[in-house]
Design a protein around this ligand. Structure first.
Ligand code: FAD
Ligand code: ZN
Length: 479
C-alpha cells in the first residue's frame, strides 16, 4: 500500500511564519531548533519507508518546562505538533504528514530516580528502553518490557503506544508497568501524577488516559515505572510441533507447571522460520529436522536454586504434543534462538510485498483463527503465503502474508485493505482486536470507527475535544 492510498489529509497546516520559528527557537536554543531540510529528513521518514512526512521545524526540548513553553506557544497560534520518541512506531503515528512541527523528546533522557525499596524507577520520556533495562539490571532489578526496537525506542513512545513485546505474558504490557506520569497538556499545563503508589484510589485514573493515546492527548515527559526482581535463572527452549493446537496444549501445561515463571511463549510458523534462516544474518534452525510449527518458550525464576520447571514441562509434553525440542545450553545458544525470532520481520522483506496484521484473539481461538485466515487469504489471492508468528501466550499474532512467488509487488500491496478486511472480519467474529500492540496511528484510523463500540468512539472524541480543543496534538492520528 502506498501512503497516498491511506486517505491522509495533506492540506491542513499553513506554512510557519519566520517570527514564530524564531519564538520556538528561543525556547529550546539555537542548536535544538532544526530547520535544515537535510537534518529534518530523519524525523519525517521511518525505517521501513512506508511513511514519508514533511515538517518546517523539529524542536528538541531539554526539559519539561521547555515542552510546556512549546505547547503554550503552539496553542496560542494554533500550531499542530507531532510528539516523537525513537521514531520506531509501525503505524505512522510519529510522522508529520501535514507539515506539523515535530517535538522530539529524545533529549529528555534523564533517569530521575531509582528506588529499590519501593521497586520503582522514574525516567524521562526520551530514555531509550535498553538504557532503562540496563539501569534496572545495574541495581539488581528487572525492567521487563522487551521488544525488537528496544535499542532505539523510548519510554515515552512505549507508553504512548502501550507496547507489548515478548515478556507481556508474565509482566503485562507497557500500561501495567507505569505507576504514574508527568504530561504536558496541549495548552502548556503540566499534569503531575508521577506516583510510586500501587494503591491510590483518589478519583479517576488520569495517567492511564495518556497511555496508548499515541500523542493525541498530550506529551508524556516522564514516568514512574515498576521494577521487578531480577531473574537468577533463565531457561529457553526451541520446540518443534505439528500444529497450533499442539502449541496451545503445551502452553496450558507450561502455565500449569510454571505459572508466572513462564515469561515468553512465541508461536512460529514453518514459513516464518524458513524466511528467518534464509535471509537473517547468522540465523540457524536449532532443530535437525523441519516442523510445521515451532514454539520459542522461556522460563525465568528469581529464586536461588537456579532451576526452572522447563524440563518437567517438556518431558510431560514429549509423548504426544512435542515432536522435538532443544534447551539452550549456553547464553550464546539462547541468543541464537532469540535472533531467529527477532530477524523474523526483516526476513520477510526479501520475499517481496508483505501485507501485515497485528491482531489478537482470545488465546483459545488462535488455532481456529489461523486455519480460517489461511484459507481466506489464499482464496482472495491464490498463491499468497501466510507467515504467521507472534505471542501465542497473549493471543497476539503478527499475521503477515507474503506475496505469491513471482507476483508484482505493487499490484499485491494495492490489495492491502482488501486483505485486511477479510482478516479483520474473522478477528472480530472471534472477539479479537485489529490492533493488538502497535496502535492505530494513521494506518488503521479509518477502520477504527467500524470496529469499535459507537459509544466508545463518542467518548474518545469527547475526551480529545476536552484535552485538545484546538486539535493541535498529533492531529489526524487515531481518530
Ligand atoms: P515513536 O515511534 O517515536 O512514536 C510512536 C507514537 O507515540 C507516535 O504516535 C508518537 O506521536 C507518540 N509518542 C512518542 N513519544 C511520545 C511522548 N513522549 N509523548 C506523547 N506521545 C509520544 N511494538 C510492540 O508493541 N511490540 C513489539 O514487539 C514491537 N516490536 C518492534 C520491532 C521493531 C523492529 C520495530 C521497528 C518496532 C516494533 N514495535 C513493537 C513498535 C513499537 O510501537 C515501537 O517500537 C515503540 O513502542 C515506539 O517507541 P518510539 O519511542 O520509537 O515512539
Ligand atoms: Zn510483537
Amino acid at each position: 500500500m502506498k501512503e497516498d492510498e491511506m486517505n491522509i489529509n495533506k492540506s491542513a497546516t499553513p506554512p510557519l511564519a519566520p517570527e514564530l520559528i524564531e519564538q520556538f527557537r528561543k525556547i529550546v536554543g539555537e542548536r535544538h531548533a532544526i530547520t535544515d531540510a537535510a537534518d529534518i529528513e530523519a524525523y519525517v521518514t521511518e525505517e521501513r519507508n512506508l511513511f514519508h512526512g514533511r515538517s518546517p521545524l523539529v524542536l528538541r526540548p531539554g526539559s519539561t518546562a521547555e515542552v510546556a513553553a512549546i505547547c503554550k506557544l503552539a496553542s496560542e497560534h494554533r500550531i499542530a505538533l507531532v510528539p516523537q520518541g525513537g521514531n520506531t512506531g509501525l503505524v505512522g503515528g510519529q510522522t508529520p504528514h501535514n507539515g506539523e512541527v515535530v517535538v522530539s523528546l529524545r533529549r529528555l533522557d534523564k533517569i530521575r530516580e531509582v528506588d529499590t525499596a519501593s521497586n520503582t524507577m522514574t525516567c524521562e520520556a526520551g530514555v531509550v528502553l535498553q538504557i532503562a533495562q540496563q539501569k534496572a539490571s545495574d541495581v539488581d532489578r528487572l525492567f521487563p518490557l522487551s521488544l525488537g526496537a528496544e535499542g532505539s525506542c523510548t519510554i515515552g513512545g512505549n507508553l504512548s503506544t502501550n507496547a507489548g513485546g515478548t515478556a507481556a505474558l508474565a509482566y503485562g504490557v507497557a500500561r501495567e508497568m507505569a505507576l504514574g506520569l508527568e504530561v504536558v497538556l496541549a495548552d502548556g499545563r503540566v499534569l503531575n501524577v508521577l506516583s510510586k503508589l500501587k494503591k491510590d484510589n483518589t478519583g479517576y485514573n488520569l495517567h492511564n488516559l495518556f497511555i496508548g493515546a499515541e500523542g493525541t492527548l498530550g506529551i508524556i515527559t516522564a514516568a514512574t515505572l515498576k521494577l521487578f526482581p531480577k531473574p537468577r535463572a533463565v531457561e529457553t527452549a526451541f520446540v518443534g510441533l505439528k500444529s497450533p493446537e499442539a502449541a496451545l496444549k503445551l502452553l496450558t501445561i507450561a502455565q500449569g507447571e510454571a505459572a508466572n515463571a513462564l515469561t515468553s511463549f512465541e508461536l512460529l510458523s514453518e514459513m516464518a522460520v524458513d524466511f528467518s534462516v534464509r535471509h537473517g544474518i547468522d540465523v540457524r534452525d536449532p532443530l535437525s529436522e523441519k516442523h510445521p510449527w515451532y514454539v520459542l518458550m522461556e522460563l525465568s525464576t528469581a529464586s536461588d536454586d537456579a532451576r526452572t520447571p522447563l524440563e518437567t514441562i517438556l518431558t510431560r509434553a514429549m509423548e504426544e504434543i512435542v515432536d522435538d525440542a532443544v534447551i539452550a545450553a549456553s547464553l550464546a545458544q539462547r541468543n541464537n534462538f532469540w535472533k531467529l525470532r527477532e530477524e523474523m520481520s526483516a526476513a520477510q522483506k526479501p520475499e517481496g510485498g508483505s501485507i501485515k496484521h497485528d491482531i489478537s484473539v482470545p488465546v483459545a481461538a488462535v488455532p481456529a483463527f489461523i486455519e480460517e485466515a489461511n484459507a481466506a487469504v489464499v482464496k482472495l489471492i491464490p498463491g499468497a503465503r501466510p507467515v504467521p508468528f507472534g505471542h501465542l501466550g497473549d493471543g497476539n499474532l503478527h499475521y503477515n502474508v507474503s506475496q505469491p512467488i513471482g507476483a508484482n509487488t505493487a499490484d499485491y500491496l494495492a490489495r492491502w485493505h482488501e486483505m485486511n478486511a477479510v482478516v479483520f472480519e474473522i478477528v472480530l467474529r472471534m472477539g479479537g482486536s485489529i490492533s493488538a500492540e502497535h496502535g492505530i496511528g494513521v494506518l488503521k484510523r479509518d477502520e477504527l470507527p467500524e470496529v469499535k463500540d459507537k459509544t466508545a468512539i463518542e467518548l474518545m472524541r469527547q475526551i480529545k475535544a476536552m484535552l485538545d480543543p484546538l486539535g493541535i496534538m498529533n492531529p489526524g492520528k487515531v481518530l
